[in-house]
Each structure stands twice: as structure tokens, then as C-alpha cells.
Design a protein around this ligand. Structure first.
Ligand code: NDP
Ligand code: GDR
Length: 328
């Protein structure tokens, strides 16, 4: 029975990865931040296991990737076969307001974890959640050898974490890999990311609860995939014979405007009647066009996206309308 440690287990990807690993028979440990509310683990409700159940395989530990001692102790005690570093201050717009904090969590958090694994001397495979944001203004389609040009404190922090992962692999021979994931979404997506913001608004507008939604740049192009499939890619990368970095993407893209059109149309609405512009959602520097080239991961690992952005919009609208109807 394999053991995994997931940082960021309470996030969108962490919850799907946990479900995948539990289904594969893993013992899963996750780091959750202490909160004054209990709601910060709600994405894990479906797989929650009673701490008094002797057969349980999911263990949650209070912690934070800014605490090096905690990481060292956990790695030593758990001795995981696989570590997935998904913890991050992951919101690009927010990173402009909190650059120092974002770097501490997203950049230094990654190197603290790498160092904790190295110091433990345990033979552990590490997945680092790298991002298409590192490409920034590089022309599409972006692939593994495209030159990086990040455009936000978040992108810069992730680039540090990316190179730290490469450096630990090259310096110490560790099985440490970067999945350079393009945007991936789901009904569990955080509510301030643009796709979920749109699909929640569609549900509320269709129900007569609201009239409009305020957005920033509608011209941005993104390669949106379906998050559960990306959790599968993460796991596959750690099962591979060699530690190799891969782009994880669908290869198809659309503008924010296209996504809004698909989402509103699915509910029988016209986006032009309900979307308004608000400058506050613009960024000091924008990433105009991210379209991934997934050829390498398709060829070498056999992973391929199955859900593309327009179907994703429909999945998310349906989920938000159902949640509104059932009051969840
Ligand atoms: P989320 O924002 O949904 O989840 C982030 C997770 O990190 C949450 O569990 C959060 O905890 C946790 N976290 C934040 N700060 C800390 C900290 N200081 N210590 C410990 N945990 C912390 O992100 P996603 O699930 O969407 O993404 C997972 C990872 O993949 C992130 O690193 C993200 O940057 C990266 N990524 C995501 C992409 C996407 O399109 N979704 C694309 C490319 C990369 P809490 O719940 O308490 O906030
Ligand atoms: P992104 O996702 O910045 O790509 O980062 P987000 O959904 O925030 O923005 C996508 C694009 O939409 C434009 N946009 C808006 N964005 C938000 N959040 N709110 C708005 O109202 C709005 N209007 C237009 C943005 O300007 C942008 O161009 C996500 C995160 O998950 C990162 O952690 C991850 O690394 C990258 O995807 C890949």
C-alpha cells in the first residue's frame, strides 16, 4: 500500500487527487491550514473518514508550507512514497496585492518541501504544481522548451519553484518533476476565478436572483481543461520510469468572452445582456494568450484531455444550477 502526502489538499486539485489516490488504495496524508471555521475542508466532505475509524486511509494534519519544521517532521513521520506540492497562493490578481506573501508560500514553500524531503533521506517522488502562467507573454502554442516570461508575482514565484524542482533533481538525483498545467476548472473551482465566477453568475441570473456580473479583460485566451483529468496526469507523471517535466493542456483555447457566451447560452441567456466591465478585475500586466501543446505528455505518458472548454462550461453551469436548486 503506497502512501502520499498532499499539500493544498483542501483546494480544487487536492480534492480530486485525494479521491483518485484513495480509489487506487493509497494511504493519503494532507496538510490543511488551521481556520476559525470548519468549512475549509468542504471539498473533502465526500471522502471524509472518521478519525476513530481504525481502517481509515485519509489523514489531515494542521500545517502550513511556511513552516519548515512542520514539513521536516511530517516527512520524517509519514515517510511518503509520493509528495504532491499543490499548496499555493494561487490567485494571479491577488498576487499583485500580496507579492511578498505569495512568494513566501508559492516560491519558498516549494523549496522548503524539497529540502525537507532531501534532508529526510527518504526515497520519495515529488510532483510540483507548475503553471502555464510562467510562459506569460511567450507566443502560443507553449510547450516544454518555450522560454518563460512570467507576468505576475504569482508567475515569478512559480518559476522559482519550477527551477528549484529541476535543481534538486539535477543536484541530488531526486525524482522531482514539474507538471506545467494550463488552466483547469470544475464545479469545485474557487469562486473568484473567471470560469466559476461566470457559471455561478449564470445560475443566479437564470434563477432571477441577480441581473449582471462584472468582469475584466474579455479578450484573454486560455486553454481550459477539466480538473479531475489533471489529477490523473499528476499521478501518471509520478508512475513514469524517468523524472520528466510535462506540459498538461488540452491544446484548444477560447477567449473569456467565448466562455461567457457558451455558459450563458447553455442557460438560454445572451451574455451581452448581463456582462459588464469593471476595471478592478484587470491586472497590472496581463497574460494575453495561453494555448498548450500537449504532444509530449500524450506521446510519452499516454495522457490526453477528454473534456474541452465548451463542454466544461456546460458541466459547470449545470453543477451551479443544481447546487442553487438544492441549496448546497
Ligand atoms: P486552489 O487555490 O484551489 O488550492 C490551493 C491550496 O493551497 C488550498 O488547499 C489552500 O488551502 C492551500 N494553501 C494556500 N496557502 C497555503 C499555505 N501557506 N500552506 C499550506 N497550504 C496552503 O488551487 P488549485 O487546486 O486550483 O491548484 C492547485 C495547485 O496547482 C496550485 O499550486 C496552483 O497554483 C497550481 N496550478 C493550478 C492551475 C489551475 O488552473 N487550477 C493551473 C496550474 C497550476 P486553503 O483551502 O486553506 O486556502
Ligand atoms: P488565471 O485564471 O489568472 O489564468 O490563473 P483566472 O480565472 O483568474 O483568469 C483567467 C483570465 O480571465 C481574465 N478575467 C478575469 N479573471 C478573474 N479572476 N476575474 C474576472 O472578473 C475576470 N475578467 C477577466 C483574467 O484577466 C485572465 O486573463 C489560473 C489560476 O488557477 C492559477 O493558479 C494557474 O496557475 C493558472 O490559472 C494557469
Amino acid at each position: 500500500m503506497k502512501t502520499a502526502l498532499i499539500t493544498g489538499i483542501s483546494g480544487q486539485d487536492g480534492s480530486y487527487l485525494t479521491e483518485l489516490l484513495l480509489a487506487k488504495g493509497y494511504v493519503v496524508h494532507g496538510i490543511v491550514r488551521r481556520s476559525s471555521m470548519i468549512g475549509n475542508t468542504s471539498r473533502l466532505d465526500a471522502v471524509y473518514q472518521d478519525p476513530h475509524d481504525s481502517g481509515r486511509r485519509l489523514f489531515l494534519h494542521h500545517g502550513d508550507v511556511t513552516d519548515a519544521g512542520l514539513l521536516v517532521n511530517l516527512i520524517r513521520d509519514i515517510r511518503p512514497d509520493e509528495v504532491y506540492n499543490l499548496a499555493a497562493q494561487s490567485h494571479v490578481r491577488v498576487s499583485f496585492d500580496l507579492p511578498d506573501y505569495t512568494a513566501n508560500v508559492t516560491a519558498l514553500g516549494a523549496i522548503r518541501l524539497l529540502e525537507a524531503v532531501r534532508a529526510s533521506g527518504i526515497d520519495t517522488r515529488i510532483y510540483q504544481a507548475s503553471t502555464s502562467e510562467m510562459f506569460g507573454t511567450a507566443a502560443p502554442p507553449q510547450h516544454e522548451t518555450t522560454v518563460f516570461h512570467p507576468r505576475s508575482p504569482y508567475g515569478v514565484s512559480k518559476l522559482f519553484a519550477h527551477w528549484a524542482t529541476v535543481n534538486y533533481r539535477e543536484s541530488y538525483g531526486m525524482f522531482a518533476v514539474n507538471g506545467i498545467a494550463f488552466n483547469h476548472e470544475s464545479p469545485r473551482r474557487g469562486e473568484t476565478f473567471v470560469t466559476r465566477k461566470i457559471t455561478r453568475a449564470v445560475a443566479r441570473i437564470a434563477a432571477g436572483l441577480e441581473k449582471r456580473v462584472y468582469l475584466g479583460n474579455l479578450d484573454a485566451v486560455r486553454d481550459w481543461g477539466y480538473a479531475p483529468e489533471y489529477a490523473e496526469a499528476m499521478w501518471l507523471m509520478l508512475q513514469h520510469g524517468e523524472p520528466v517535466d510535462y506540459v498538461i493542456a488540452t491544446g484548444r483555447a477560447a477567449t473569456v468572452r467565448d466562455f461567457a457566451d457558451a455558459a450563458f447560452s447553455h442557460a438560454g441567456l445572451d451574455w451581452r445582456d448581463h456582462v459588464e466591465h469593471d476595471d478592478r478585475y484587470e491586472r497590472p500586466a496581463e497574460v494575453p494568450e495561453l494555448v498548450g501543446d500537449p504532444a509530449k505528455i500524450e506521446r510519452e505518458i499516454g495522457w490526453k484531455a477528454r473534456v474541452y472548454w465548451d463542454e466544461l462550461a456546460r458541466i459547470m453551469v449545470d453543477a451551479d444550477r443544481n447546487a442553487l436548486r438544492s441549496g448546497t
